[in-house]
Write a protein that binds this ligand. Structure first.
Ligand code: G6Q
Length: 536
């Protein structure tokens, strides 16, 4: 077990007196350079983390003893590292090259990936050019992606992030929630003969997605007055050909993927079709190239100079040795407003686990609570706690030098705030400094900033498809490394099952005239109250 190794113990001992940023920066004028990495133009400044050479060495030793490198080799080589589902984990193959010749379980998956990408490219190009028309001959101007979780969060986040690269005349909406308000919002004002629905569901059994898809189909058929209209207005992204056919979607218009693509790792698979329609096939290629750039770095850079590995190790240091439970992601970029939510799923669904691969309970903390909002908004809200709350919150700041939609003075203000926050967190304000400002005695304690609060700044010239691909892969691999060290399966999600099963039971009971007898008193009372409220 990782927590009974000498490497773990050494880190616990180091955490008794964590490094102090004021001292470290004071002692080493080269610190920023020493702890900044560049991956094909993506800068990762780790210098404001509570690390120094010895701690990094201890962390790298921990990664070695946890066998991170061989697990990484196993993942990219197609071993079934998702052991509870007996599956390979090959999102890296989605951005591989057609001539990689990766054969897994007897299947040439490099060719499979290339074939689906070619199908997507052809379809997306036809929709963008107006060559693909709807039932009445009208071109498509509105695309609605219906999916949830991994079949929604990635394309939705990326669609928002890449606003500057979108097609001018095609709008994409995303419907995920089974709350009818969501579909209503997407369809209000929509023109049926110009609307294309993409039903995105790996399993094609997800209650929310199928419920929304059925309502969308009814809306379309009702408006266009013909069942055949479905063929021109519905396509599917799925691994379940039978389910797609049963829904009434022509399987020629189904874009496939494979069981070795986890939902939360699927934005660069067929699940990205809505995004490809928005940013074009070439834009999507650039996104894939960005993923590949980070993949190449991840598999080839030494652990001590490997951006995802170091982010992961520093996260372990905070979570397990310093016992800090949360991690904030604060993009100074409005277009990344859904990036924290995307990372929440990526990280918390992957590493929110209580047992190891062999089923034995972990004896240490695993995945942190991930949260965040774009800056500067958060500064006027929750940053108070980050600066002066009782538990430090490690932060990732994400920023870009060139804005896409703003006047230069806006952007300078945005960036100044980003840099200032990282500086304030790191160095704080001492009692002496507060007093020297003439602050009255009664207020001094209130105005002290403890400092020594860690942050990483991830910085690039511009938020392009390439950079977005790099960013996503950076976090994918970070999560992988942490899962490898904790010895958990980062690729299953059994914790979401129980609620789904209970919901199916309760759904059937809501209409049953008899009151159910199989629940606790609270659940039964809620069901009864609901029925009473719903009585005509
Ligand atoms: C992701 C999860 C989950 C999944 C959704 C949608 O890793 O498995 O978020 O993506 O439940 O599932 P379907 O794509 O099968 O509808």
């Amino acid at each position: 077990m990782i927590d009974s190794t000498p490497e773990w113990a050494a880190l616990i001992a180091s955490a008794e007196e964590p490094p102090d940023l004021r001292t470290l920066f004071g002692a080493d004028p080269e610190r920023a350079d020493r702890f900044t990495l560049d991956v094909d133009g993506l800068t990762v400044d780790l210098s404001k983390n509570l690390i120094e050479k010895a701690v990094v060495e201890q962390l790298v030793a921990l990664a070695r003893i946890a066998d991170v490198e061989s697990r990484r080799t196993a993942m990219v080589g197609g071993a079934h590292i998702n052991s509870t589902e007996d599956r390979a984990v090959l999102h890296t193959a989605l951005r591989g090259q057609p001539d990689d010749g990766l054969v897994v379980d007897g299947q040439d998956i490099s060719s499979d990936v290339a074939a689906v990408l070619a199908h997507m490219r052809d379809f997306a190009t036809r929709v963008r050019s107006g060559d693909w028309v709807g039932h009445t001959g009208a071109r498509i101007r509105h695309v609605v992606n219906i999916g949830i979780g991994g079949s929604d969060l990635g394309p939705y986040m990326a669609y928002r992030a890449l606003e500057a690269f979108r097609h001018d005349d095609i709008e994409v909406s995303f419907v995920s929630n089974v709350d009818g308000a969501h579909l209503h919002q997407a369809l209000s004002g929509a023109t049926p003969d110009e609307t294309l629905f993409i039903v995105a569901s790996k399993t094609f059994t997800t209650l929310e997605t199928l419920t929304n898809a059925r309502s969308a189909r009814a809306w379309l058929v009702d408006a266009l007055g013909a069942e055949e209209a479905v063929a021109k207005h519905f396509v599917a992204l799925s691994t379940n050909e039978e389910g797609v056919a049963a829904f009434g979607i022509d399987t020629a218009n189904m874009f496939g993927f494979w069981d070795w693509v986890g939902g939360r790792y699927s934005v660069d698979s067929a699940i990205g079709l809505s995004l490809m329609i928005a940013i074009g096939a070439d834009g999507f290629d650039e996104l894939l190239a960005g993923f590949r750039s980070m993949d190449d770095h991840f598999v080839s850079a030494p652990l001590s100079a490997n951006a995802p590995v170091l982010l992961a190790l520093i996260g372990i240091w905070y979570r397990n040795m310093l016992a800090w439970p949360t991690h904030a992601v604060l993009p100074y970029c409005q277009l990344l407003d859904r990036f924290p939510a995307y990372l929440q799923q990526l990280d918390m669904e992957s590493n929110g686990k209580q047992v190891r691969l062999d089923g034995s309970p972990v004896t240490y903390e695993t995945g942190p609570i991930v949260w965040g909002e774009p800056g500067t908004n958060g500064q006027h809200a929750f940053y108070q706690l980050i600066h002066q709350g009782t538990t430090p919150v490690p932060v990732d700041f994400i920023a870009f030098a060139h804005p896409d939609f703003t006047e230069p003075d806006h952007h300078d203000a945005l960036m100044a705030n980003c840099f200032a926050q990282a500086e304030a967190l790191a160095f704080g304000k001492t009692e002496g400094e507060v007093r020297s400002e003439g602050v009255p005695d009664a207020l001094v304690a209130h105005k002290v900033f403890p400092g020594n609060r860690p942050s990483t700044t991830i910085f690039a010239e511009r938020l392009t498809p390439f950079v977005l691909g790099q960013l996503i892969a950076l976090y994918e691999h970070k999560v992988f490394v942490q899962g490898a060290i904790w010895g958990v399966n980062s690729f299953d999600q059994w914790g979401v099952e129980l609620g789904k099963v209970l919901a199916t039971t309760i759904l059937a009971e809501l209409d049953d005239p008899a009151l159910p007898t199989n629940h606790d008193s609270s659940t039964t009372a809620l069901i009864e109250r609901y029925r009473n409220f719903r009585k005509p």
